[in-house]
Ligand binder design. Structure first.
Ligand code: ATP
Length: 359
């Protein structure tokens, strides 16, 4: 089922939780709603589910206005951060629950329920846990059961609100890969709320980045990561160095050091900021005549094939973070205290009317 929301507004008292949100969630795709705490992700999910109503705007399910439809008529399955399994029921009964509470004329027979629950347990690869109770399971296993339970009623939409948020980093990583594989098998239109950019980038077909109740950008993970539309998205999707300067006819002048400012050939004498990711910086030893920012190496931290460099600009003391190969570190024979030159291989310049959101 495809989902669309159009011009959604939602206020809680004086606080605007959603501000003119319009989005499309294509049929069969997994979309991640990504953004900082309080940006409105859960509110949007609840409005799509029918657990909350918008002040204005529409929710369309397969193109039909479902804004006033009751949650039970929307055919959605939920998985929340805090596994809402029934503690006093076996895993089998937890999964069977949604089938047993169906109206009599829709309720499957006992044999059908048994068959279905076992198939779901196989799907989430936990069939050996059928007779256990939730407190006897690990957090990761409980979330897989919560997903099986949500899938039992054959939802046309799956809504996942930080489903792995309460788990430790390693289990979380395993489960998101597992979720992706499961989604590839089932193709249920799914919306996944997270504030973890790595999780969104790895799991989703489409990412929606939100901030302060507004949509900042929508796109495929690679597109959003490679071409952030706003300074906020740039900063939210990974570490970034900001180099301030004046932008004039395609050049950003950072206190006398010029950088190309792609897309700004027409800009005249504006305050601007270059956004550069740590792995997009090139490092050389300082020599007179080499163009770039002059920095001093303050800290060097090797992590396997990569090395993280903490650099301090000689002109203004600003910290610059770089990530280069350990091979390059050896080749240059870098030592703390060395004076170096850095220049971006790739950068994005925003003029400051928009750049103030991150800096
Ligand atoms: P988190 O990642 O922390 O869960 P979120 O992006 O999901 O955040 P929401 O839960 O959608 O954010 O909340 C958005 C804003 O609306 C928050 O500032 C929250 O305090 C406020 N809010 C949400 N529900 C209510 C409510 N029922 N009454 C009043 N304010 C609310």
């Amino acid at each position: 089922m495809s989902i669309a929301v159009q011009q959604l507004h939602k206020r809680f008292g004086n606080f605007t939780a959603l501000d003119n949100v319009s989005l499309e969630f294509p049929n069969g795709e997994l979309t991640a709603l990504l953004g900082p705490s309080g940006c409105g992700k859960t509110t949007l999910l609840r409005i799509i589910a029918g657990l909350e109503y918008a002040d204005s705007g529409q929710v369309l399910l397969d193109g039909e206005d479902a804004s006033n439809r009751h949650v039970r008529e929307r055919q959605v399955g939920f998985v929340f951060q805090h596994y809402a399994l029934f503690k006093h029921m076996t895993i089998f009964e937890n999964i069977a629950f949604g089938l047993r509470v169906k109206p009599r004329h829709l309720r499957p027979s006992e044999a059908e329920i048994k068959d279905k629950v076992h198939k779901l347990l196989e799907l989430v690869q936990l069939d050996w846990l059928a007779d256990r109770y939730p407190p006897q399971l690990s957090g990761g296993q409980r979330q897989r059961i919560a997903l099986a339970r949500a899938l039992a009623v054959e939802p046309r939409v799956l809504l996942l609100d930080e489903p792995f948020g309460a788990l430790d980093a390693k289990v979380r990583k395993e489960l998101r890969r597992w979720l992706r594989r499961l989604h590839d098998e089932l193709h249920v239109t799914s919306i996944f709320v997270t504030h973890d950019q790595e999780e969104a980038l790895e799991v989703a077909d489409q990412i929606v980045v939100m901030n302060h109740g507004k949509v900042e950008q929508v796109g495929a993970p690679n597109e959003v990561y490679q071409h952030p539309a706003t300074p906020f998205v740039y900063g939210f999707l990974g570490n970034v160095n900001l180099i301030h300067g004046r932008v004039h006819e395609g050049i950003l002048d950072a206190d006398g050091v010029p950088f190309d400012a792609p897309g700004h050939a027409e800009t005249r004498d504006a305050q601007g900021t270059a956004y550069v990711r740590p792995h997009e910086l090139e490092i050389e030893r300082f020599q007179h005549g080499v163009s770039g920012l002059v920095v001093r190496l303050r800290r060097l931290h090797g992590i396997g094939p990569l090395a993280q460099l903490e650099l301090v600009r000689e002109d203004n003391g600003q910290l610059v973070e770089a990530m280069i190969s350990s091979e390059r570190v050896q080749h240059l024979n870098l030592q703390v205290g060395d004076v170096l030159v850095v220049k971006p291989r790739r950068l994005h310049v925003f003029v400051d009317s928009t750049a103030s959101a991150v800096s």
